[in-house]
Design a binder for this molecule. Structure first.
Ligand code: SF4
Length: 516
């Protein structure tokens, strides 16, 4: 029997479906992402069930036809007025569980809950259309439902309302917002039987020939990427798609379609046009020569900054179901920061904050920053990719207006190192990316994140926080380990910024502090 998840895998990539069934051991899923998805899914599912009241039908978990028939019998015959959750349904070899069936005038509303926020346009007010894969998900359920004896009155997606703020005291009324998708899923239903047949054909054949592409990361990260990438036909060594950002990708597409260029080495420099033409030409020159380029003038830019200099990095947690009053779904709340302070050239001290109490860390986070980042000295606060830190400080300002003047002062002092790197430096190994993960290995190759235990990136930092602060089952010894790992990781992040600043200033790297 195939499941709804099988069809979703098939719609993402036929090879993914095949590998999941025939070679699941080749999967190399990111443990931290998988853990996060599971934790988020569970808590959102729990709150969605609470929405329906206590008197509901919740059949035991199983995937056989009898269970589906029994569930239908209970729901339809014995308890037609009660909502049912996770209702098993089967249609000719396809199994799906309806997230919720809510009785309405003799038929049912099919409601699918997503651990996602309500889709809004860029103005963050106007409702946008839901994603294709969410609509397909509901269409599959509706198709199976049709044959399971549950007449459907409406189909809806149940999203988190990211404009809603938790008022506290366990009051989660308003956490969800529904979107009626009946008219979108009805025309899709006829396609479901075709998808089902195609998926069966794929599974009975040999591994499909598929080249990696956009489907490998959307709608979900595929855990077979490392297996597939090595089987891809050889790619051009310097693809034209290395041109960065959306404007660069657009130009690459145009040059590929109109001039047939595949490599970034192909265009004449004057064909690399647009607001970032200088950057594109630097990238091309670096790939042509195979050597990095550090433009003159980066040292003057860096030398102009005063002392003391603060190198700051936040780690934040974005819970789908807020735990602390005033917080929105998926609002990033900093639970940790690290700050290297350079009082004078090459004179460093380190300060940090980490709250693993499970309580709202916001106020203490602000107060501890006030103890470390002086309002008087007006020293620059270096960050890498300022929209993240700026966003957190602005949200703090909204939730804690009594600290607004300090937070606005900090916002005004943020200096983003990323655009400075972009203006002056490029190494072919960066492969068109200016993320710190690409920049650091070429500017400071001995600062190795792979040597860090357990916490090596933002996702694993969040998983560690949930484990240490919010999971009552975590032992004290494990919590201590997680705390050590989190401190090491965040401290390394801000030291990385110090090294980038020194590199841009054309100065030898400062001596690494002990313990790092
Ligand atoms: S990595 Fe990409 S090509 Fe390979 S199975 Fe996954 S989605 Fe398909």
């Amino acid at each position: 029997m195939l499941t709804k998840s099988d069809l979703q895998s098939f719609l993402q990539c036929s090879r993914k479906l095949w590998l999941e069934h025939h070679k699941p051991e080749l999967s190399s899923a990111n443990d931290a992402s998988t853990y996060r998805r599971a934790v988020d899914g569970n808590i959102v599912g729990e709150k969605a069930r609470e929405q329906l009241g206590e008197d509901l039908i919740w059949p035991s978990s199983s995937s056989n036809q009898n269970t589906a028939a029994e569930a239908a019998k209970i729901l339809l015959a014995s308890s037609p007025d009660k909502p049912g959750v996770e209702i098993p349904m089967v249609r000719t070899g396809l199994y799906a569980r309806a997230d919720a069936l809510i009785p309405q005038d003799g038929s049912y509303i099919l409601r699918e809950t997503k651990a996602k926020s309500f889709p809004l346009k860029r103005d963050k007010i106007t409702p946008d259309t839901p994603e294709e894969h969410h609509l397909n998900d509901v269409a599959i359920q509706a198709w199976v439902m049709e044959a399971s004896g549950f007449p459907m009155s409406r189909a809806e997606l149940n999203f988190l309302d990211n404009q809603w703020r938790y008022p506290g005291a366990g009051n989660y009324a308003g956490l969800f917002k529904q979107m009626n998708v009946t008219s979108e899923i009805i025309p899709r239903q006829s396609a479901v039987s075709v998808w089902f047949q195609q998926a069966e054909n794929i599974l009975s054949g040999s591994m499909p020939e598929v080249v990696t592409g956009k489907q490998c990361t959307a709608p979900y990260e595929c855990p077979f990427l490392s297996f597939c990438e090595v089987r891809d036909p050889p790619k051009p060594e310097h693809p034209i798609d290395l041109l960065p950002d959306s404007a660069g990708k657009k130009l690459a597409k145009k040059l590929r379609e109109t001039r047939g260029y595949k490599s970034i080495l192909d265009p004449q420099p004057e064909e690399l046009v647009g607001a970032q033409a200088e950057l594109y030409r630097r990238i091309q020159a670096a790939h042509r020569s195979g050597t990095p380029i550090l433009e003159p003038g980066s040292d003057a830019v860096m030398d102009a900054f005063a002392y003391p200099r603060y190198y700051l990095d936040f780690e934040g947690i974005d819970l789908p179901v807020p735990r602390w009053p005033g917080v929105r779904p998926y609002e990033q709340i900093p639970f940790q920061w690290s700050c290297h302070i350079e009082r004078a050239p090459n004179v460093f001290e380190h300060r940090e904050f980490l709250d693993l109490s499970g309580n709202d860390p916001s106020l203490t986070c602000i107060e501890k920053m006030c103890e470390v980042i002086s309002l008087e000295d007006n020293g620059p606060i270096f960050v890498y990719y300022a929209p993240y830190e700026r966003g957190r400080l602005e949200e703090f300002s909204i939730r804690h207006p009594m600290h607004s003047h300090v937070l606005q002062n900090y916002i005004g002092r943020l200096i983003d190192l990323l655009p400075i790197v972009k203006d002056y430096y490029y190494h072919p190994a960066m492969q068109g990316s200016f993320s710190i993960k690409k920049v650091l290995p070429v500017m400071a190759p001995d600062l190795n994140y792979a040597n860090l235990e357990g916490v090596q990136d933002g996702t694993s930092a969040q998983a560690a926080y949930i484990n240490a602060a919010l999971d009552s089952g975590t032992s004290l010894a494990r919590k201590t380990d997680l705390e050590i790992n989190l401190r090491k990781y965040c401290r390394q992040d801000t030291w990385a910024m110090v090294l980038i600043a020194y590199f841009l200033a054309r100065k030898p790297p400062p001596i690494r502090p002990t313990g790092m």
